[in-house]
Design a protein around this ligand. Sequence first.
Ligand SMILES: [Zn+2]
Length: 278
Amino acid sequence: MLDRAVLACYAHPDDEQGVSGFLHRCVQQGARVGILCATRGEVGEIADPSLATPETLGAVREQELRRAAAVIGVQDVFFLDYRDSGMAGSPENADPRAFINADPHEAVGRIVKVIRAFKPTLLITFDESGIYGHPDHVAISRWTTRAFYAAGDPSCYPELGEPFAPARLYYASLRRDRLKQFAAFLAQNGIASPLGEIDLDQMGLAADQITHTVYVPEYADLKRRSVEEHRTQLLPNSPLSVLGDEMWRIFRSVEYFALVAGTPVPEGAPEDDLFAGL
Ligand SMILES: [Zn+2]
């Protein structure tokens, strides 16, 4: 296939960091790569009050995402223009502009429109749990999954462009058993876990659900430079600052994917080739 493209669909600026190594590798291999972001992370924290106010945070985080994307060679960034819904149970959940309150037909349509214009071979989003249950993560996973099917269906959204069916849908996630090993290692070494109180049994995917594992140790420094562009999110207690350099490097050197829909992967294909057989 000559024209290879990947569209990574996420909820907030900085969600893309879980797949930034794979996205950069795709750029290096000549693929077109885009990042779709449902919100501008308007209700996130502000690490340094000189960088943004609650009123300007969305605009600031849009620029942070554009810079973080540019570091990994990605120029195409699309926003769905919904508002960050905040953590589950927060007052922002009730905002009518919040992504979790979006009309499903409209939300899927906005993703379909981007798919039909960008024509990605692969669509990537969070697993159904949103890795740790953030309501916007769950929503982008659900609506991207629907958009995967709708984009290629001429009877869906005929007003939003020519039908285009991506070849495969992947959920990017973490591997639960590895996460537990990592947490145990941190505990043994007296390092406070950046995962906090999150129930690891609810996080990520089981090993047998992971279909593709991509090792990107050579891009660990680049990934770090990319994530550090999200300056408003560099909180003193963030995983980035809690983990030492070496721990951070190990954690960020591998990315996990589960093929959930589309063209099956040929028998015996390398476990890091998400395009195999296309
Ligand atoms: Zn997020």
